[in-house]
Design a protein around this ligand. Structure first.
Ligand code: IPE
Ligand code: IPE
Ligand code: MG
Length: 246
């Protein structure tokens, strides 16, 4: 496995976990089998991220667009989610992980919402890694609700026109308590963002791998992180300036 510099890990790692369905279909299995296998990968990557000392891990688990999938698949995914939360909360406690959710929770079935609330409450005092699941999440929706709330507050006089800034906008997003991602991984070979964290990834380093999520193991994970560590983040500056700053 690649040797990683513990000083240069992404503070916030975001992952678009994609390719469960194809993983299963390539094996003549039902798509849900791929999702189940995908949950095992979630376990591996959560544990490894926490062990490495990554502070924030955000996983795209279900998009606002995913509601339009066949009902049977949606139902199976919700059941899987609920089972994951029921089972993993204990492990989050052992690993000092704080659990959070971003997305439109109003759309989630009541039992899933309850499992989410339980996990968030139980783990709220943990101060290790923050594990955030994006559930029923769509970035444009998130921006719309932020703009709407901001307009309400401007009309109510609690925010002025002059105060509107990048910081203010960020403070109205679901991610208000999380720094912007440093690194974004997408599995399964698709090179798109699919409505994930559009505002937040302005300067995020992107990484795409052909490997489907159920096959994304520790080794793959370490190569992705090693790739990140070899990059120079310039934020519009030139290399010399960046090096002087360090
Ligand atoms: C990702 O795998 C999991 C979810 C979107 C819920 P997919 O289900 O999108 O798998 P593919 O892309 O069809 O292979
Ligand atoms: C993105 O994957 C959403 C999640 C990983 C939860 P999709 O499989 O829904 O994305 P598209 O449809 O291929 O863009
Ligand atoms: Mg997909």
């Amino acid at each position: 496995m690649q040797i990683l510099d513990p000083e240069k890990l992404p503070r916030h790692l975001a992952i678009i976990m994609d390719g469960n369905g194809r993983w299963a279909q390539e094996r003549m299995l039902k798509r849900i089998v791929g999702h189940r296998k995908g949950v095992e990968t979630v376990r591996t990557i959560v544990e490894e991220s926490s062990r490495l000392g990554i502070k924030y891990l955000t996983l795209f688990a279900f998009s606002s667009e995913n509601w339009l999938r066949p009902k049977t698949e949606v139902r199976a995914l919700m059941a899987l989610l609920k089972a994951y939360l029921a089972k993993e909360t204990a492990r989050m406690m052992t690993n000092n992980i704080r659990f959070a959710v971003i997305g439109d929770r109003a759309d989630l079935p009541e039992d899933v919402n309850k499992a989410v609330t339980d996990a968030v409450t139980k783990t709220s005092q943990n101060d290790g890694m923050v594990l955030t699941l994006a559930l029923s999440y769509g970035s444009r929706k998130e921006i719309i609700q932020a703009v709407a709330q901001l307009v309400d507050n401007v009309l109510a006089g609690t925010v002025t026109r002059e105060e509107i800034s990048e910081e203010i906008i960020s403070a109205y997003l679901y991610t208000r308590e999380i720094p912007d991602p440093d690194f974004l991984i997408r599995t399964s070979g698709e090179m798109r963002i699919s409505n994930f964290l559009l505002w937040q990834i302005a300067y995020t380093e992107l990484y795409f791998t052909e490997v489907n999520w159920p096959d994304f193991g520790k080794e793959e994970f370490h190569s992705a992180l090693a790739n990140y560590q070899a990059r120079e983040r310039r934020y519009g500056l030139i290399s010399d300036q960046v090096r002087k700053r360090r």
